[in-house]
Write a protein of this length. Structure first.
Length: 617
């Protein structure tokens, strides 16, 4: 079934094929991806959309000498297959398996690692500039999606590269989708280019010439002048110093091969606009690219993603519902997402209050300052962004929100271990980077009911607030209450005189289980505090439960350095306490990928790990 695909152990095997065989290879690769990901899930739609583009790139360029930089890296599955990683594909995103994104340590064909969006042009231009300083001659290609092009970094890089003459090919893979439908003026502009005259002309030119030629590669040699003719003057990219070529059909080798071959010959910065369809070849993914962007296991025959029946709602769902409900009664509430309406749970808000919901594109920095502006205009902005992507907006949080003490609430989903997305997506720094900001209040709920209460509490705080909560399902607890919590007060869950455990948010349940086991099995009675507020810290409760000479443990799902455990330890020492201190937190390295449970187990942060550490110290 995979006659050609099974021959591909590296790029040399691809280059040994005739151009006429490439459509069959593309077909096989699509089937392989659809089947291989069915039991394990992953990023399917984007990869299906760039099968031909990936094949054409590796057919014509010589990786690893030539450098191909994929933006985000979620679409790089075909690239992985073509660069010797076919056998590893069934392990992708699983513990010990291939990474779901490009990763330097995984392959010499991944010149620049990714996971976060909009970095490819900067990285590729840096490589090209370095190459030229070294007087080397290889090619550098950045492949960026239309979604990733909404990110500020992409524009910063275009602005920089377009003013210089280094040879750099930027391929804009335009499928009119981010995770959700793409947004913004640039997206509309690209759509106008595609539907406008220049696109028709470019397509016609390519077709007319190619129709007369025998093989695509021979055609390439003779097409240079014509491809030059495809350069469209007057586009925004041309004005920014890039030669603009396209748009071309990204699924047609007769367009891709000659155009790319000619782009290789031209000097200076160049942008090739390629039009593709996300999810191509699998009708459920073509029809609903948002669902099929990235998902868990699915049934190939029915095209239906597996649903785990009877699971409690996710934190994301509870957040989305609660915020939409709050906005029903409070006209001032507005919601902001940076291109992730479904992932953050903002979609429901968007349906109920479309005029108060803003999708700003992959633009976390702008999202933060935009929220600041809304706050100045009397609104109560809720900015829903994954913990890892909030890293992008840090200066804005300080400069635009905290210094001015504006009432903006940051709702950080996927805080802590995220699992299959691995190091690039781990939400491990937000406790450290939010808790040190003057004016900021930081909360972490122990369950979904507390998340709801924290949202209600945030409305009462007249300044910046952060609420961090984990990826995945809640515990199925009663979520009917919207009571407001006393600000800065911890909750006592267990009391005992043999020591104190302070647990934060997502680690409270497992800490409780460990404390209960210690009481039952070892006869050791520890006090357990659910911290609730990382800032302001409830020093009074902590000191009042400390026992001289007895254990003090802090459990938090974040990096230990700069974690709240450090502040608690200092407060304890200052008070004159001495005794064994255990900081159960993430160590000073980046996590691998796997399930959340596998990673928590490895880090000794699940209930068994916490129990063992409390016992051993
Ligand atoms: C800084 C950042 N914010 C958000 C995301 C989440 N994200 C991953 S892929 C994606 C959409 C990318 O769209 P596009 O570049 O057009 O690629 P496509 O999936 O359409 O091929 C988003 C928003 C991210 N990876 N990085
Ligand atoms: C590529 C990317 O950054 C997103 O697609 C991310 O993988 C989504 O993660 P969730 O599945 O946690 O929403
Ligand atoms: Mg896209």
């Amino acid at each position: 079934m995979f006659e050609l695909l099974n021959r591909i152990h590296g790029t040399a095997d691809l280059k040994a094929l005739y151009p006429e065989q490439l459509p069959q290879l593309a077909d096989e690769m699509r089937h392989y991806l659809i089947e291989t990901l069915a039991p394990i899930g992953g990023h399917l739609g984007a990869g299906l959309g760039v099968v031909e583009l990936s094949i054409a790139l590796h057919y014509l360029f010589n990786s690893p000498q030539d450098k191909i930089v994929w933006d985000v890296g979620h679409q790089a599955y075909p690239h992985k297959i073509l660069t010797g990683r076919l056998a590893g594909m069934p392990t992708i995103r699983q513990y010990g398996g291939l990474c779901g994104f490009t990763k330097r340590s995984e392959s010499e064909h991944d010149p620049f690692g990714a996971g976060h969006a909009s970095t490819s042009i900067s990285a590729a231009y840096g490589i090209a500039a370095g190459r030229d300083l070294n007087h080397e001659g290889y090619h550098v290609v950045a492949v960026i999606g239309d979604g990733a092009l909404t990110g500020g970094m992409a524009f910063e890089a275009l602005n920089h590269a377009g003013a210089h003459n280094n040879r750099l090919l930027v391929i804009l893979n335009d499928n009119e989708m981010s995770i959700a439908p793409n947004v913004g003026a640039m997206s509309s502009y690209l759509a106008r280019i595609i539907t406008g005259k220049p696109y028709t002309q470019a397509k016609d030119t390519a077709k007319r010439i190619l129709g007369k030629l025998p093989g695509a590669l021979d055609a390439a040699k003779r097409l240079e002048e014509h491809v030059k003719g495809m350069i469209t003057p007057g586009t925004l990219f041309e004005e920014m110093g890039f030669r603009y070529v396209g748009p071309i059909d990204g699924h047609d080798f007769d367009h891709l091969l000659p155009t790319l071959a000619n782009c290789k010959e031209l000097d200076g910065p160049m942008l090739l606009h390629v039009v593709t369809k996300k999810g191509l070849g699998f009708s459920p993914a073509e029809e609903d690219p948002e669902t099929w962007h990235g998902l868990g296991p699915y049934n190939v025959e029915t095209g239906i993603p597996h649903k785990s029946a009877g699971c409690p709602p996710t934190y994301t769902q509870v957040f989305g519902n609660t915020l939409a409900d709050m906005a029903d009664h409070d006209e001032s509430i507005v919601a902001i997402t940076a291109a992730m309406p479904a992932g953050t749970g903002i979609s429901l808000f968007a349906k109920r209050h479309p005029e108060r919901c803003f999708d700003v594109g992959i633009a976390e920095q702008h999202a933060v300052t935009f929220a600041g502006g809304l706050a100045v205009a009397g609104k109560r902005p809720y900015v829903a962004i994954y913990s890892t992507f909030m890293q992008r907006g840090y200066d804005q949080i300080i400069h635009d929100i905290c210094i001015q003490n504006l009432p903006v609430t940051f709702c950080l989903d996927r805080a802590g271990i995220v699992g299959a997305d691995g190091a690039t997506h781990a939400g491990m720094f937000d406790i450290a980077f939010m808790r040190n900001l003057p004016n900021m209040t930081v909360m972490a709920p122990k369950d979904e009911a507390e998340l709801k209460k924290m949202l209600a509490t945030s409305r009462k705080i007249n300044g910046p607030v952060t609420i961090r909560y984990p990826r995945g399902n809640g515990y199925g607890v009663d979520i009917s209450s919207s009571s407001v919590l006393p600000v800065g007060k911890a909750e006592v869950l267990e009391e005992g005189s043999d020591g104190l455990v302070v647990a934060v948010g997502s680690r409270v349940r497992d800490a409780l289980s460990a404390v209960e086991t210690l009481r039952k099995e070892d006869g050791r009675a520890l006090t357990l505090l659910n911290l609730r507020f990382i800032k302001p810290l409830d020093v009074e409760a902590i000191l009042s439960h400390l026992k001289q000479g007895k254990q003090l443990a802090v459990v938090e799902e974040g990096i230990a350095q700069g974690g709240i455990g450090q502040e608690i330890a200092v407060a304890a020492l200052k008070s004159g306490w001495s005794g064994p201190f255990i900081h159960i937190a993430m160590p000073d390295n980046f996590p691998v990928h796997g399930t959340q449970n596998e990673l928590l187990r490895d880090l000794k942060m699940d209930s068994q790990g916490i129990l063992k550490q409390l016992r051993d110290h």
